[in-house]
Ligand binder design. Sequence first.
Ligand code: URA
Length: 231
Amino acid sequence: MRRLDQLLSALGYCSRREAMAFVKEGRVKLGGVVVKRSDQRVDSALITVDDEPLEAPDGLLAMLYKPVGYSCTHSEEEGQNIYELLPAHWPDRNPAVTSVGRLDKDTSGLLLVTDIGSLVHRYTSPKSDIEKTYLVEVDRELDPTLIDIFAKGDLMLRSEEKPCLPAKLEIVSSQSARLTITEGRYHQVRRMFASQGWRVENLHRERFGPYVLGDLAEGEWQMLSLEQVAR
Ligand code: URA
């Protein structure tokens, strides 16, 4: 049970002070009955604001289909950023909603966003073995020898101390392939191809662990269930 004003401000609805106004205006109900005090302790599952249940009171997990040209930063200095594509109050939640790792500005595809710190940690930890699959388009014909080179687990990238873990390459056409990696090093896919003399021209993440984009349109997001997510 949490104080109502703390709960509403943590979920990005309003400040604690504004919560008083919400309550005065009769916008907040507990089990269908208008709440009278903003300092009352409440069960978040029973609260409605404007007759809508609270949004993700136990933590938020969503996936975004990131278009090319958006950076994964809160800073507005780097042009368009992914937070412009998400509800404006999400960064006001406490903890704030952030992306799970990053995709380059020039990369499109599946990006998870969450306010659950333990999830960010688990999904981005170097020990995490979550598979991420990328569709890669390169500047010239692919060579099947790349399959073994990426699979071996001894590929060293410049200025790194450890080789990349084994990665699975599936050639789709002469200049496109699917690459599945379990790590998330800086510019990893581009650097893996660059190390062998190929330039990645288009990069798109199709899958992150169990999640795929499905019917989601570019620039859109979709809430994900927390049921299968161990915290
Ligand atoms: N690898 C890259 O090079 N860029 C991305 O955005 C993701 C993986």
